[in-house]
Write a protein that binds this ligand. Sequence first.
Ligand code: NAP
Length: 266
Amino acid sequence: MVTKAKYALITGACGGLGKAFVYELIKTDYTLLLTGRSEEKLETLKAELFAQFPGKEVRVYAADLASTESRLHLMQGLKEDGIRLSMLVNVAGADIQKGLAAYTEEKIAFQCRVNFEAAVSLCRFAIENRAERLEIINVSSVSGIYPMPYFAIYSATKGALTSFSQALRSEMKGKNVAVTAVLPGAMPTREDIKEQIKGQGLWGKLAAKTPKAVAKASIKAVKKNKRKLIVGFWNKVMRVATCWLPTSWRLKFIAKRWSKIEKDAF
Ligand SMILES: NC(=O)c1ccc[n+]([C@@H]2O[C@H](COP(=O)([O-])OP(=O)(O)OC[C@H]3O[C@@H](n4cnc5c(N)ncnc54)[C@H](OP(=O)(O)O)[C@@H]3O)[C@@H](O)[C@H]2O)c1
């Protein structure tokens, strides 16, 4: 049965930024549809929301976005529930940081699928199953602006997502579908990222933005159908200041800095 409720689907809902979107959007008139891999984490978040916002409807759908089968199952479930989406927030992402030689085939596929393929696939689904108006936020990263040695796949997938989002926005012109690519800089979500920000000293202090600030700015941007949002003054300054540098300099600088840290995602 198709209903008149306004539905917002948020991926990566239990993560740092995902939760920030959840807490921003729950204060609005959307019915929230939350997805993540762990049923248990989703149910805990749902209970937390229920305690704080009694009367608000929240539905959870566990899915592994790196798996086509699991994604199709998620879409099937949404269809069976008669959902027409008013908002899609693609937050789920995996930030593996190491040289390509240290990757396994599985990890290459995992990162590409979660960061890019799943977001594209959910955009297609959302467009096909949209309410009168649809707003799409694709969470990319400033790391996708330039190629990043030792963060190469992450950077490439985020660059691809930014590019795709802008093209899709153009395709959807006049069709009541807004698409915004959001490019956050560092956000203190997980402990390892907090440590990394600390390690950046003054730059980390200046450029890092809270997940709440990023979620707020992203929602505001998609409401205005902004093409692209780089979050934070200093990240914008960095973008402008570095675009004049020769690519070889940028690559050398990034390689030196990023080869020092290695981290995996699961
Ligand atoms: N934090 C930063 O500094 C920063 C900067 C720029 C961009 N970003 C981007 O912002 C987004 C959120 O990052 P975050 O810092 O909030 O990280 P996070 O807390 O690790 O959240 C990542 C989310 O992605 C979900 N996810 C990962 N693999 C998945 C899969 N196979 N299927 C379904 N969901 C999957 C995880 O869900 P479950 O584990 O619950 O399944 C988790 O909720 C990411 O796209 C990231 O690239 C982050």
